[in-house]
Design a protein around this ligand. Structure first.
Ligand code: PHE
Length: 365
């Protein structure tokens, strides 16, 4: 059931603007939803302390999608028809956001995904936005890093066939790495939730790669890292933003050390605005914010600014206001939305070492 705001599912009262979030608070990607919720909550608290929007307070209703697209679609429908929210924030995993976007677009309710990077999410229509970069860029980033920084010639790819995100990122990486003169010597796949990857990893070992690109989610990647070492693969693993979770280090242990992934943000960024966000978040939630928390915070702040700017709180007015977002100073980079409602921004590459991440480099679009 919903959390936050007043219970009962009635539309917001005259003094409140109700927003909605759909997130994976339980299931395989639970840390994604929880971090995002915290980031959003912090941003709304700050906005309310600063007087709210158009003289009204902001509230949010949050629904769990259990990390499943069908649940995400249903939760979006509930926010639209029952709670009558002004705007929807979420989800993280692209497969979930795709399911939600369909509902939001059909109903004319604006949706901002903080962190779904698959390009087809915003293709669902003119009510669907994101404050992060997209995977055609993210795949290029790791291909470039693999070729130019790690100087790899031969790599293998291991993708999650149940995730639109993973399939898309694997494709772009393969294309870019090949264009840059590298060779993809093996492509293997798994299904989200699998626990034994030894057959695929053994096949990969036979192709003698110098690195393995694993664009999956932390829940599987941590286990894959351990099993890769077990079957005798010593080469670095590489991945995308889906690796970003404290749980990656727990699951992967020392096997994940020495691996690299692309991400939206690094807590090592010395920018005082970023450091203030990190300090505030730590004080509230007792943890260093990950990229999901940072993007949740940015998405909520972009939403608040748009609601303030909108000529009224109707779907079309709020949509038009979001579309005008330009040079918005986020903690995970500056948000300027392009004609396809995607943010164009740089990515960072992080190295996993001793149970934490280290900033390595920034790659610009
Ligand atoms: N980009 C991932 C997706 O679209 C989600 C994600 C973003 C995961 C940021 C972790 C960090 O599925």
């Amino acid at each position: 059931q919903g959390q936050g705001a007043a219970p009962g599912g009635a539309p917001a009262d005259a003094n409140t603007i109700l927003l909605g979030q759909v997130g994976s608070l339980t299931g395989g990607q639970a840390t994604f939803g929880i971090s995002t919720r915290n980031g959003i909550e912090l941003a709304l608290k700050e906005a309310n302390a600063a007087g709210g929007v158009k003289g009204k307070k902001l509230a949010i209703r949050v629904y769990d999608n259990q990390s499943k697209p069908e649940e995400a679609a249903q939760a979006a429908t509930r926010l639209i028809t029952q709670d009558k929210v002004a705007l929807i924030l979420g989800d993280v995993a692209s497969s979930n956001s795709l399911a939600m976007a369909e509902k939001a677009q059909a109903a004319g309710v604006p949706m901002i995904t903080p962190s779904s990077t698959n390009p087809t999410v915003t293709d669902k229509g003119d009510y669907i936005f994101r404050v992060c970069f997209i995977d055609p860029f993210q795949g290029f980033v790791m291909a470039k890093f693999a070729r130019e920084n790690l100087k790899l010639n031969k790599v293998a790819v291991l993708q999650d066939n149940k995730s639109a995100y993973s399939i898309g990122l694997a494709d772009v990486f393969t294309r870019k790495f090949t264009e840059m003169g590298g060779k993809v010597v093996a492509v293997e796949s798994y299904s989200q939730g699998d626990t034994d990857y030894r057959a695929q990893l053994t096949a990969i070992r036979k192709s003698q790669p110098e690195g393995i690109y694993v664009p999956g989610y932390y829940s599987e990647v941590g286990i894959i890292a351990r099993q890769a070492r077990e079957v005798g693969l010593k080469v670095p693993l590489m991945g995308g933003d889906g690796w970003d979770s404290e749980k990656l280090f727990e699951l992967g242990g020392s096997a994940i050390s020495g691996s690299y992934f692309s991400n939206h943000y690094s807590p090592d960024n010395p920018d005082p605005r970023v450091q203030k966000f990190i300090a505030d978040y730590k004080a509230a939630y007792g943890a260093v914010p990950d990229a999901l928390a940072a993007l949740g915070y940015d998405a909520a702040r972009v939403a608040v600014a748009a609601l303030e700017r909108a000529k009224d709180l109707s779907g079309p007015a709020v949509r038009d206001a979001i579309a005008q977002t330009k040079d918005f100073p986020g903690v995970a980079g500056t948000v300027s939305l392009d004609a396809n409602r995607n943010a164009v921004k740089s990515a960072v590459v992080l190295k996993v070492e001793d149970g934490k991440t280290q900033y390595v480099t920034t790659i610009n679009p």
